[in-house]
Write a protein of this length. Sequence first.
Length: 133
Amino acid sequence: MPKLAIFLLLAVVLAACRSGQADGPVQVDIISLDHAPIRPAVQEALAVAAEYGDQVAAQSYNFDTPEGTTFAEAHDLAEHTPMAIFVNGEMEFQVDGRTIKFYSFPQGAGTGMVAEGGWTMDDLRAVLDQATN
């Protein structure tokens, strides 16, 4: 019985000491088509992630590579997608009462053939602010 009590006490102490944040940096994964119209948006998203230094680790994937294909399949991206951003494995977030989905071009960057998405780089910053605080 004393061993069980010590074990339970140790478990409670360890649980209380654990911080609310996960270990390691926030993971940002960007997958995109390697097409001229989308490259500036990908570079801008990578630059936003870089603003957070060691708190954020960013990785980009090209749909047309084996790594990109594997990533797309793992995240159920099957259609023609210019760009998608995942933060800690999620693409959809709540920001100021709005649902933000990091899918397609950011607002103002769409083309005549592909519509812009419903998100901005400021939305990405807001999500990264939430994830790093």
